[in-house]
Design a protein around this ligand. Structure first.
Ligand code: ADE
Length: 241
């Protein structure tokens, strides 16, 4: 997979050199290219935004700057068989979740367009949704809160997607037990390691029993208990614990 990120703050993406994602890049499991949007900015100040039509506070990022930048990214990658999916992080988008992450692992090319200020001129999303050289556009929100820009959302999404790619996690089984990994799934239960007694708190006896059926039963009950407390919206019709 190839990932391109367009941003006015390329330094935000330094963490992509670290940890699992950094190692997977070195192992060529996927590649990431970060581009400074100002490269396509206009005039002496490399301006990327302008005042909003209809008035109002703040600035809107120009369709023209984004269009030139995105066209050149697509052309760089033109010999690739995969059409790029354009991802525009915005609090007005569809909420990102584990199944979005799993779906995107099948894409050959993701292009993330990080908006700042009041966002990107809405004609950009319309134009690339219908473009024959692109796989479409996803306007995606990280959740019901407003960030200063798309960069932090993109870091989170890239980590969620790439850790599901074969070879990224040291133990592929780790992703199987993740919270939300089954559709309609629950959150993961509590976890413990040595020592068995820490500050008067004991590890639950079933986990020390060596009895696999008992352990599985305890984990299922604990996951239901945590879900009902922290995420009652996920409980569906299952009995509340
Ligand atoms: N940009 C600003 N807020 C955002 C959010 N909640 N999700 C994605 N991108 C954003």
């Amino acid at each position: 997979m190839r990932i391109d990120i367009l941003t006015v703050f390329p330094d935000y993406f330094a963490p992509l050199d670290l940890s699992l994602v950094g190692k997977a890049r070195k192992d060529h499991i996927f590649e990431v290219h970060v581009h400074d949007l100002r490269h396509w900015g206009v005039g002496a100040h490399k301006q990327v935004d302008d005042t909003p039509y209809g008035g109002g506070p703040g600035m809107v990022m120009s369709a023209d700057v984004w269009g030139t930048a995105l066209d050149s990214i697509q052309r760089v990658d033109a010999p690739l068989v995969h059409k790029p999916l354009l991802v525009i992080p915005t609090p007005s988008g569809i909420v990102f979740n584990q199944s979005t992450a799993a779906d995107w692992t099948a894409q050959g090319h993701l292009v993330f367009a990080c908006g700042r200020y009041e966002g990107i001129d809405s004609r950009v999303a319309v134009h690339y949704s219908d473009h024959p050289d692109w796989a479409g556009v996803s306007e995606i929100s990280l959740g019901d809160y407003v960030l200063a820009g798309g960069e932090v959302a993109v870091l989170a999404m890239i980590e969620a997607v790439t850790r599901l790619m074969p070879g990224v996690l040291g133990n592929p089984g780790s992703a199987v037990d993740d919270s939300f990994s089954i559709p309609g799934g629950l959150v993961e239960g509590s976890v413990f390691t040595k020592p068995p007694l820490w500050r008067d708190l004991e590890v639950p006896a079933p986990l020390l029993s060596g009895n696999h059926a008992l352990i599985a039963q305890w984990r299922a009950a604990d996951s239901a208990r945590r879900t009902s407390i922290n995420r009652p919206d996920l409980m569906g019709d299952s009995p509340q614990v």
